[in-house]
Structures are given as structure tokens and as C-alpha cells.
Design a protein around this ligand. Structure first.
Ligand SMILES: *[C@@H]1O[C@H](CO)[C@@H](O)[C@H](O)[C@H]1NC(C)=O
Ligand SMILES: *[C@@H]1O[C@H](CO)[C@@H](O)[C@H](O)[C@H]1NC(C)=O
Ligand SMILES: *[C@@H]1O[C@H](CO)[C@@H](O)[C@H](O)[C@H]1NC(C)=O
Ligand SMILES: *[C@@H]1O[C@H](CO)[C@@H](O)[C@H](O)[C@H]1NC(C)=O
Ligand SMILES: *[C@@H]1O[C@H](CO)[C@@H](O)[C@H](O)[C@H]1NC(C)=O
Ligand SMILES: *[C@@H]1O[C@H](CO)[C@@H](O)[C@H](O)[C@H]1NC(C)=O
Ligand SMILES: *[C@@H]1O[C@H](CO)[C@@H](O)[C@H](O)[C@H]1NC(C)=O
Ligand SMILES: *[C@@H]1O[C@H](CO)[C@@H](O)[C@H](O)[C@H]1NC(C)=O
Ligand SMILES: *[C@@H]1O[C@H](CO)[C@@H](O)[C@H](O)[C@H]1NC(C)=O
Ligand SMILES: *[C@@H]1O[C@H](CO)[C@@H](O)[C@H](O)[C@H]1NC(C)=O
Ligand SMILES: *[C@@H]1O[C@H](CO)[C@@H](O)[C@H](O)[C@H]1NC(C)=O
Length: 367
């Protein structure tokens, strides 16, 4: 699928290379350029406060990101950038950056403070490729792929390092800065990317057919499957067919995190493979599989009762090696009665000082 798709994109590039490139350097030009042009460069743009840079693109459009694309300050909910369309190719040039200037918003409380902070990038696309994109310092929620299909994300850098506790000034650290979230989408591939942040590195929320490969995560909350955001349909609370492989994580809260939200209506997580994952230094959990997740502020305490609203079926782990901080539980599994089925784990080794804590034993792994 991916190979044929990349060939199609290359063909389109060759065909479109004869047209002249249209450049957007002033916000006023966005509307006319995107309606008249399919080869666009965005070059050193400043987007006005509380305005979504809406790139609702014509089919087959190529967008080149160049220079510093930045956003005037404002307390609002975002998204700051929306890219929508089909058969798109969006490529960052070396040195190009979306500068979210999160340092002006961070207050240690993420989305829980009294000030609304703008969610950053949203993608709603079909048959599209987004590569070499760099996002610097997002206020909260760095990127979200929503209602998309056949999308490739390759070679991204999300750099929120300046928001880490101990790096940012006291009480001015970042929180809820998820790297890449995927919701209501099918056939999404995320490869070769580096994410330094203060929430999930990647979070798969709903949909099917996901491949995540070659990620480096620093300081975040793990490679996550986080399901159950809605009182909605079964599909909206379900994830099927996920492969996450060849990834490394350093520091942060968790290595691998699968969480089902206890307050959602019914759904299911099925057919998930984590393979060749290495992590070092998480302070809460190495592997955390919990059916008792409740979304809380940074200092909240949680009701620990698991709920079986979203069973986890067919969870395979292969070649997972981790070393956790002294404060962390190496492996934590809390399942509701009968709601974890067919966990097949081989060559999983997570070391730490605290004991494991499991109410369910995967086949092939003694918790
Ligand atoms: C581009 O399209 C707009 C309609 O969105 C039109 O009004 C405008 O004249 C076009 N500009 C150019 C340079 O073709
Ligand atoms: C981008 O531009 C903004 C506004 O001029 C500036 O404040 C910011 O420092 C620039 N970012 C980078 C990475 O150059
Ligand atoms: C990855 O993206 C960066 C720009 O962020 C670029 O400089 C680099 O060449 C890209 N790497 C590959 C292998 O394309
Ligand atoms: C995702 O897209 C759906 C359909 O357009 C929309 O209703 C929803 O608000 C979007 N959600 C997010 C979090 O982007
Ligand atoms: C996802 O990929 C599969 C296999 O290539 C394909 O059959 C299916 O149509 C794709 N789904 C969507 C929604 O495009
Ligand atoms: C990711 O990087 C690997 C190794 O450099 C490369 O083989 C692969 O093609 C890249 N993935 C994509 C989607 O470009
Ligand atoms: C699972 O998803 C992958 C893409 O990650 C796709 O290649 C494969 O066909 C899917 N399998 C099924 C049974 O749909
Ligand atoms: C679903 O509805 C219940 C009752 O109104 C509410 O307590 C819960 O938070 C909702 N869950 C979600 C995920 O929105
Ligand atoms: C917990 O955080 C909330 C807001 O994030 C704050 O209002 C409250 O005072 C904090 N509580 C404690 C006990 O620190
Ligand atoms: C779990 O895996 C088995 C064996 O591959 C398969 O038959 C079954 O349909 C899977 N369950 C779900 C819910 O997909
Ligand atoms: C176990 O996993 C580690 C880390 O991925 C790998 O280096 C090692 O070769 C694996 N051992 C076996 C027997 O597969």
C-alpha cells in the first residue's frame, strides 16, 4: 500500500514540477494562494493571534515549509494549524520550523489552567504524506491526525525540551503536550521521528491499521494506546490492528502505556503488537496496562477500580527491554474481570527496584 502510494506521489511531483511555485509570506495571501495554486511554499509567515492557519488544500497540492512559521500570542483553544485535503505532499525544508512559542503559555497546568491554550497542528487528510516537519515548543497537544486515511508521517521532530521541569523556570513547565495523537483514522504510518515532550509520545485513540516505527521519545508519557474519549459508538471507542516497533524512549513517565478510560461507553482494543522497544529511566511505569484510567490534573488522585468497558484482546509483546528509575513500577497490569484476553509476551525484560504489580498474567511472562 505504502509503496504504491509513494510512487503515485512521485509521479504527481514530476507532473506538477512545471508549474510555478506560489509563496505565502503574508497571512492575507493564504486564501487566494490556496484556492489558485497546487505548488505552494509557506515562507517565514506570522499568523495573527487566535486564528487557525487553515490550509484546506486542493487535491494533489504540494506544500513546502520554509523558514520560521510562527503565531501571535493568544489564549484560545486552537487548532493553530489545520491541514486538510487529499493526495497532499507536505515537506519541511531543512531549517523550517513551526514555532508554537509554548514558553509564553506554559504554567505547569497544561489544559487544566484557567487560561485556554491553543492545540497546535491538526491534520485531516487522505492519501497524503507529511515529511520533515519540525514543531518547536507547542503550548499543549502538539499534533493530532483526525478523520484521516492512508497517511504517512515521516521524519518529524517535535522539540518541546524547553518545557521540561528543571529546564523551564519553576511553575512554568509544559504539561499535556502530546506528541502525535491519532483519532478516527485508518491506515496511518508514523516513522523515523523524534519527539521530546511532556505527555504521550504517540497516542492512538481510535481507528484501525496503524504502524509506528523508528521513533525516539524523550521525556514523555510513552508509546500509548489511549482509548475511550467518548460516550459514543463502539467504533469511536475502539482501536484495531496496531504495530509499534523499533522504538526507543528515554526518561519521562512511562515506556509502554495502554489505557482504557473507565468513564466511556463500550469499545475494544484488539490485535496490537509491540516489538523491539527499548526504554530507560521512566519514573512511573515501565509497562503500564490499565483499565482504570481517569483523566486528571497533574496533581490528581485516581479511583483505582478497573472497568471492563473496553476489553483488550490479542496483545503481543516481543523483545521489549527496559530499565526504570527507582521510583517506578517495572510492569503494572490492572485488568477488569475477564476484560484482558490473549496476551502473548515473549522476551520481555523490565528491570527496576520496586516489584511488579499485576492482577493478570500474560502468557510467556511471569509478572
Ligand atoms: C485567486 O482566487 C481568488 C478566489 O479565491 C480570486 O478572487 C483571485 O483573483 C485569484 N487570484 C489570482 C492571483 O489568480
Ligand atoms: C520565529 O519568529 C518569532 C516571531 O518573530 C520569534 O519570536 C521566534 O523566536 C522565531 N523562532 C525561531 C525558531 O527563529
Ligand atoms: C529530516 O528532516 C529534516 C528537517 O527537519 C531534514 O533536514 C533532514 O534532511 C530530513 N532527513 C531525511 C532523511 O530526509
Ligand atoms: C475530529 O473530526 C470530527 C469530524 O470532523 C470532529 O467532529 C471532531 O471535533 C474532531 N476532533 C478533534 C479532536 O479534532
Ligand atoms: C486501508 O488499507 C487497506 C489495505 O491496503 C485498504 O484495503 C483499505 O481500503 C484502506 N482503508 C481506507 C479507509 O482507505
Ligand atoms: C525511515 O527510515 C528508514 C531507514 O533510514 C528508511 O528505510 C525508511 O524508508 C524510512 N521511512 C519512510 C516512510 O520514509
Ligand atoms: C494492519 O495494518 C497494517 C498497516 O499497519 C496493514 O498493512 C495490514 O494490512 C493490516 N491488517 C489487516 C488484517 O487489516
Ligand atoms: C460519559 O457520560 C457520563 C455521564 O454523563 C460522564 O460521567 C462521563 O464523564 C462521560 N464520559 C466521557 C468519556 O465523556
Ligand atoms: C491541584 O491543581 C489544581 C489545578 O491544576 C489547583 O487548583 C489545586 O490547588 C491543586 N491542588 C493541590 C492540592 O495542589
Ligand atoms: C484475536 O486473534 C485471533 C487469532 O489470530 C483471531 O482469530 C481473533 O479474531 C482475534 N480477535 C479479535 C477481537 O480481533
Ligand atoms: C530479546 O530482545 C532484545 C531487545 O530487543 C534483543 O536484543 C534480543 O536479541 C532478544 N532475544 C531473543 C532471544 O530474541
Amino acid at each position: 500500500m505504502a509503496t504504491i502510494y509513494v510512487l503515485m506521489l512521485l509521479l504527481k511531483l514530476v507532473i506538477s514540477s512545471h508549474q510555478e511555485q506560489c509563496v505565502i509570506s503574508k497571512y492575507e495571501d493564504v486564501e487566494s494562494v490556496i484556492s489558485n495554486c497546487t505548488d505552494i511554499a509557506i515562507d517565514d509567515l506570522i499568523v495573527p493571534s487566535a486564528t487557525t492557519l487553515t490550509l484546506n488544500l486542493q487535491e494533489g497540492t504540494k506544500v513546502t515549509l520554509r523558514g520560521n512559521i510562527s503565531f501571535e500570542f493568544g489564549y484560545w483553544s486552537g487548532p493553530v494549524v489545520l491541514i486538510a485535503g487529499s493526495s497532499l505532499t507536505v515537506v519541511g525544508e531543512p531549517g523550517a520550523v513551526f514555532d508554537g512559542q509554548g514558553e509564553r503559555y506554559w504554567d505547569g497546568q497544561g489544559t487544566w489552567s484557567t487560561f485556554e491554550k491553543p492545540r497546535f497542528l491538526r491534520i485531516e487528510a487522505r492519501d497524503s504524506m507529511f515529511s520533515n516537519i519540525k514543531i518547536l515548543n507547542c503550548p499543549v497537544a502538539c499534533s493530532k491526525i483526525n478523520v484521516s486515511s492512508n497517511v504517512i508521517i515521516d521524519n518529524w521532530t517535535i522539540d518541546n525540551l524547553a518545557g521540561d521541569e528543571g529546564v523551564a523556570p519553576p511553575q512554568k513547565f509544559a504539561h499535556n503536550t502530546d506528541g502525535i495523537q491519532v483519532r478516527a483514522s485508518t491506515n496511518v504510518t508514523i516513522t523515523n521521528s523524534s519527539i521530546s515532550n511532556q505527555d504521550d509520545c504517540v497516542a492512538i485513540n481510535s481507528g484501525s491499521n496503524f504502524l509506528v516505527e523508528g521513533l525516539y521519545c524523550h521525556g514523555g508519557h510513552g508509546l500509548s494506546i489511549s482509548v475511550g474519549f467518548e460516550n459514543a459508538t463502539f467504533a469511536e471507542n475502539s482501536v484495531d490492528n496496531v504495530t509499534i516497533r523499533n522504538c526507543a524512549l528515554v526518561n519521562g513517565e512511562n515506556g509502554i502505556h495502554i489505557k482504557t478510560h473507565a468513564d466511556a461507553t463500550n469499545g475494544r482494543i484488539s490485535n496490537v503488537l509491540y516489538e523491539n522497544i527499548n526504554f530507560e529511566g521512566p519514573v512511573l511505569y515501565g509497562i503500564n496496562i490499565q483499565q482504570n484510567y481517569r483523566n486528571l490534573p497533574a496533581n490528581g488522585t485516581m479511583d483505582p477500580t478497573p472497568v471492563g468497558n473496553i476489553p483488550i484482546v490479542n496483545l503481543t509483546f516481543r523483545n521489549i527491554v527496559g530499565k526504570v528509575a527507582a521510583s517506578a513500577v517495572p510492569v503494572y497490569i490492572i485488568c477488569a474481570d475477564g476484560a484482558c484476553l490473549n496476551f502473548d509476551w515473549h522476551n520481555v525484560s523490565v528491570t527496576g527496584i520496586k516489584p511488579n504489580d499485576c492482577n493478570f498474567n500474560p502468557e510467556g511472562y511471569k509478572c
